[in-house]
Design a protein around this ligand. Sequence first.
Ligand code: ZN
Length: 505
Amino acid sequence: MQNVTKQTEAFRHYMKRMKGFEEAAGLLYWDMRTGAPRKGIEARSEVVGMLSAEVFKMSVAPEMGEFIGYFQQPEIAAELDEVTKRSIAECAKDYERSKRVPAELYEEYVALTSQAETIWEEAKTKADFAMFAPYLERIIDFNKQFIELWGAGAHKYDTLLDMYEPGITVAQLDPLFAGLRERIVPLLREIQQSPHQPDVSLISQSFPKEQQKQFCLYMLQQIGYDFDAGRLDESSHPFATGLNLGDVRITTRYAEDDMSGALFGTIHEFGHALYDQNISSELAGTVLCNGASMGIHESQSRFWENIVARSKPFWRKYFAPLQRHFPQQFGRVQQEDYYRAVNHVQPSLIRTESDELTYNLHVMVRYELEKAIFSNQMKTADLPVAWNDKYKEYLGVVPPHDGVGVLQDVHWAAGLFGYFPSYALGNMYAAQLTNVIRRDIANFEALIEAGEFAPIRQCLHRHIHQHGKMLTPAELLMRVSGQTLRADELVDYLTTKYKEIYKIS
Ligand code: ZN
């Protein structure tokens, strides 16, 4: 027993060192994206790379192998506390996976993706898919090799999905996404045919950056961002970064011709940050001090951004403060018109600019293509045409060129296959979770309208945040809602909301 205690301490210390390197890399990354002098960026990104490599080395080091071997002996495992047991399982999963890929192969892959990102950027600007295609082809080949090395499930793509959403499979996603699509696509057609279109011109006006920043800070204060454990800065791509439980920072981007990007983007990142600030302190310094998955994390940001901040009760409370902050722009605007404008639906070409409804369709295009690639039903060269066909089928729009089509996202250049579904899963989880919150606190809407968010935050903390990565997404969802993942809640939520906005009977 004494030896177990000693080994547990040694293992905890080992994890804490890994987390220390991660924190250092995270802070340097944050600095690089928020204000570091331009001339220092190249050297800085090299240092970020070095620190990340240290974390990776520790995760596959012989020392880690010894910890895993020791703690996984049945008689030792029986004596372990839950946090250590789960941490070991998490480390073992990474360890096994990394061990199966020869170091030289992995290094070659890292170099390829970093080169590919640069090429992709140029190819996107020039709308030249042929320029990017050879790199993409090699990245896909590498991923196919990794799948073989890691071991495939029923569908080869499952192996990639599991990296971002542990446990999720094509067999589960296919019916979920089909169910979502079958009801969203007709709803979208009805919306487009509705004579009651919101006036969107009222949101594109001139908004000085400083004023926007003041309003974002005010909003964060209102919804309960802990500024003693975080801060708001500016970056070209907004993000949240959890350095440790007491330091979770967010960034936003201000466009001077439309303030909604900064506002809803800030609230989105707040949702991520609230999660990371509220993981149980028992998990601090362990590999479990993280979100349960990409999808669960995204459910938190989408909950605050869409379900709370794009709701009617929210604007009943906050439209007056908005008018006070922007008297010239919104002084004469009606609250209802503003609410409808920030919720307008417009099928578009670009995922990151899409609305709450069509966003899911953008994700499904990528899902279908990735699935086809990894089941060898599609070649790299076929992607641009397949992309355009899917956009026409799901969204009714066709990209005029590949720069706004197949080349629009950086994910594939970075090798992030299996990542996109998390975005749509986040919306599904969020809708399911909202129904749980509604059961828990009967006056959910009234609380939003009163600007009283503490009970909502506590509910999220109890159900989701505190658990960190102790539970898998499926376990967490089952525990919270008593159900498996479903598309119905999201579809019902979207249908009710948009039928009202577009006056569809
Ligand atoms: Zn997000």
